[in-house]
Structure formats: C-alpha cells, structure tokens
Design a protein around this ligand. Structure first.
Ligand code: SF4
Length: 526
C-alpha cells in the first residue's frame, strides 16, 4: 500500500516567518510532527511519502503513485486543505483526513472518504482494522483521550529536516485553563497527559544525531500545565541529557504567565535549556481578561511578571488580542505602550476571531455575530466586533505601524537586554558554527545590512549589541531577521488595504444591519 501523507500550506501569518526563513536558506519553520506521528502509527510494511506543501509542491506524479492520501490539518490551513482535497479527487485518490480542522468541522468538507478524527492513537487503529476487513466507515470519532505513553516517535526519516529552521517535539497534550477563544481543552482535555522522559529523550537523541543544532520547539499547549511531572520527571531528565550533549540546542515552548510565580520551575527550565517562551498576554485590561476567562492572567502585574522573566534569562514572545467586546478606543495606544515598555521583541497581534470548537465561537453563533468561516490570519476577524469595524481596522493598523517600526523594535531590544541579568547555568547553550552557518550569516549581512532600506537600524542594533555584550549577537541577528519580517508583513497589510481588503468581513462594509442587530443582541459580561 502506498500512502501519501500531505501537510497543507500555512497562510502567510507571522507564525509562518516566511520572509525571515527565506533569508536563512530554509523553507519552513517547523516540520509536521503530527503527520509524522500518524505515519508511525501506520503498518510498518506500507510505503509512505510525506509532502509538506510548505517546503515542496504536490505533483500529479505523487498523487498517481499513492493508493491513499492522508491529510492532517490545523484550523489555519483550511484554505490549502480544501485545494489538496480537490487535487486528490481529480485523480480519484481516496482521501483520509484528520487533525483539528476536520475534528471541529468535518461536515464542511466534501470530497473526503474517511474522517479519522480526534486523537489518531485511538481512531486510526479502528480505521485500519476496518480497512483490512474491507469495510471502512466514513467517520471515526472518540470522546476518549489517548494515552500518550504509547505514542510512537515521529518518523523523522520521512522529511528532510534541513529544510526546516527548527525541530519539534511534544511532551504533553491538554491544558488546565479554559480561555474562551482557544480550542485546546475541547481537543485535548483539561488534564495534561505527558509522555515519559524516556520517550522524549529518545526523540531528542534522534534529532540531535541527525545533525539538527538549531532550536527545538516543545509544541505543548502549555508546558507547565502539569507542574508535578515536569519538575520531577522531564526537567531533571533534560538536564541530565544536556550534560551529555555539549552542543544540545536551546529549547522554546508555550506556557502561561504564572511561571513567574514559581522560582523553582524557572530555575529548572533554564537549566534544562528553555529560553524562548511564548506567553498569551492577550489583554492588559482586567475586565477583558475576565470575559475571555483568562483567569491565570488576572490579579497580577503583567508588566512586572514579563520583565522579571526577562531578568531571569527567558525571552518572552507575547501574543495580544484587540477588538475584544470590552475594548474601548484607547486599547490601541495602551497595547503599544505596554509592548514598548515590556521589552518583548517578538509579538503577535491578533484581531479577535472565533475559531470553531471554542466557547467564543458558540457565543458568537448564539449572538448571531458569526459572519464567515474561520480562516486564520492575525489581522482578520470572522465575527461582528462590538467596536466600530473601521475604528478597529484603523486601530489595529496603528498598533502594527508602531510596534513593527524599526526604531521601536530597536528600543525594545535595548529594554530587553537592559533587563536581562547574567544567569549562570551548569550547561550553557553552545553552538557549533558550520560553513553553511557562515554562508547564511553572510547572506543575512548582505540582505539586511547592504541592500535593505532599513540598514541604518541593522547596523545601529549590531554595533549597540557588540558594545553592550557581544555574546548576545546571535539573538540580535534573530531579532534583526524579525525586524525584516515585520516590515514585510506591514507592507502586505498596506497592500491589502489598497485592494480594499480589511480586517473585517465585506458584509460589514456599508451595511448597518449587522451593527443594529448587534446593539440588540450583545450581552455585556462583567
Ligand atoms: S492557557 Fe493557552 S492553551 Fe490553555 S486554554 Fe488558555 S490559550 Fe489555550
């Protein structure tokens, strides 16, 4: 049996890091770990081929080779997933689809022969059993959560890891919190399930032995969701592993702001090699945080927490949302001020949108405020905002123009480094520099320092860093790549605006019916 495993294309959002990845000579940020895990769950004797549309095209020859196409997709890849299904249908290739996109809204996808939904560890064996009997059903679902102790290692050999900037592993699934815009608890439950340290170390060994020395991303929903197992099992194991791997790369992950309350956890994470941590700040307004049920961000000084994490040695990546029901017109300037003062360099600004499978989505349906299908783009909403849509569009643009401006990025870099205190760890992160790295570095210098119109800020930041602490140059280069990425994203936003593409649905333009409807239906939440 020939199986073609297809990963649809990611849209051009900040998460894709498209422009900066091109400059580093890679094709995509992260390999498709979910699809590679599905591959490992398939019978060993089957022939498998992975096509990641973020790195390679899908050809007719690939489709003709296969007996089945397996598509795994997140919500953000909906548009590309539809195109892939169509291509398979044109070649009469049976399609098996799974992943969050289909788990939430399988009924919206025609052309799929078999939906294998929820967690593949449970539903895929049922499909395979029926397939063998010659009676495969059209849909496999479960309300159970998988025991990740038996999850196999992803089949890394099916992709060329050199095409990716980073590598990915996953320790846990699930999150104890209930943020209303997030589908994690619906998909994976509130009790985080963890792999064993042994499983993780095995995966890390595979990645490191294949020569990957860039950062490894722990694709957990909230790494500190299960603090006990992290402190007593995984982190001690990772520290031991780092001791044996002198050139082990740094780790990045996603977690919650309450890390700042736990000194022991911070120390262990730093010792284990975690540096970049993505934290959902979302709003700096307590009322908004309560409405979105982001309980863990309330009753604390977010600014102090972030600067404390920077001081300890972490690099915070912050996500923010504007266009919340409770947002007033001053939200835009407040967010700008907060970001500038915090020294967070890598930020993601979203307009409130309702992904399927979330509490927010259900509320929007109930309030008749859902305008179109969810298609992930930071600067796009699928709902009727409470704020005047044009005001929201202009306010969002104002935030982007401010926080993406090179002079403001430079100021944040200075704030960040000024907050960061030297922190001694037993196994500092060291990096082997290869000829390829040197070549990439020269390409970056040429592109950003010679031909780029913002080269003034490039050299200003480089010289400032050398003068302040030359050891930070590696991180500064990453920030400068980001500066370039932001510039391109802003240009594309302005271009879209010129083509009359706004952050809100076309249905709202010049049509006051929706706003009137809204005035009667929105139920303010405390
Ligand atoms: S903390 Fe993060 S993962 Fe957990 S529910 Fe909130 S947004 Fe989702």
């Amino acid at each position: 049996m020939n199986i073609l495993l297809i990963y649809p294309e990611m849209p051009g959002t900040i998460g894709k890091f498209g422009y900066m990845i091109n400059l580093t000579g890679r094709k995509s940020a992260f390999p498709p770990i979910g699809l590679l895990t599905v591959a490992a769950l398939l019978p060993k004797e089957w022939n498998k081929k992975v096509i990641d549309l973020n790195t390679d095209p899908l050809t007719q020859k690939d489709l003709q080779w296969a007996d089945y196409a397996f598509i795994s997709s997140m919500n953000v890849q909906g548009k590309s997933a539809k195109e892939v299904i169509k291509m398979c249908n044109n070649e009469n290739l049976p399609v098996v689809a799974g992943g969050p996109l289909f788990t939430h809204e399988h009924e919206k996808f025609s052309g799929v022969d078999h939906f294998v939904l929820n967690e593949a560890e449970i539903t895929l064996p049922l499909f395979l059993e029926d397939l063998e009997k010659g009676t495969p059903k059209s849909i496999y679902q479960t309300s159970q959560f998988a025991d990740v102790h038996s999850t196999p290692s992803p089949m890394w050999e099916l992709v060329d890891t050199n095409k990716y900037l980073y590598s990915v592993v996953q320790y846990s699934r699930g999150c104890p919190y209930l943020c209303d815009f997030c589908d994690v608890t619906a998909l994976f439950g509130r009790v985080p399930r963890t792999k064993t340290p042994y499983q993780l170390i095995e995966e890390l060994d595979t990645l490191v032995s294949s020569g990957k020395n860039e950062m490894i991303f722990f694709a957990d929903d909230n790494l500190i969701g299960n603090k006990k197992s992290l402190k007593t099992e995984l982190l001690p194991a990772l520290i031991g592993w780092r001791g044996k791997n002198r050139y082990a790369p740094a780790f990045a992950t996603q977690l919650t702001i309450n890390l700042a309350d736990d000194e022991e956890m911070m120390e262990l994470l730093l010792e284990a090699g975690f540096r970049h941590i993505l934290i959902g700040i979302e709003s700096i307004d307590e009322v908004s945080l309560i409405q979105m049920r982001k309980k863990q961000n309330t009753r604390r000084n977010l600014m102090d927490n972030i600067r404390f994490l920077h001081e300890k040695g972490f690099i915070v990546i912050g996500t923010f949302i504007v266009g919340l029901d409770t947002d007033k017109t001053d939200v835009f300037q407040n967010v700008i001020n907060f970001i500038q003062e915090s020294g967070i360099v890598l930020i993601v600004i979203n307009v409130l949108k309702a992904p399927p499978g979330t509490e927010l989505y259900d509320r929007m349906v109930k309030e008749n405020r859902l305008l179109e299908d969810f298609e992930f783009e930071e600067g796009r909403t699928n709902i009727v905002p409470v704020m005047d849509p044009e005001e929201l569009h202009n306010g969002y643009k104002k935030v982007l123009q401010a926080v993406y401006a090179p002079e403001n990025i430079f100021k944040r870099i200075v704030t960040y480094y000024s907050d960061k205190k030297p922190h001694k760890v037993k196994y500092p992160i060291k990096r082997k520099v290869s000829v390829k790295d040197f070549y990439n570095f020269m390409r970056i210098i040429f592109k950003l320092g010679v031909t780029n119109e913002d080269r003034k800020y490039f050299w200003k930041t480089i010289f400032w860093t050398i003068n302040y602490n030359y050891r930070y140059l590696d991180l500064t280069i990453l920030y400068l790549l980001l500066m370039y990425q932001y510039k391109k994203l802003l240009e594309s936003f302005i271009e879209r605006e010129k083509n009359n593409i706004y952050i809100y649905s076309d249905k709202l333009r010049g049509d006051i019916r929706y706003k009137e409807q809204l005035l009667h239906q929105v139920i303010p939440t405390e």
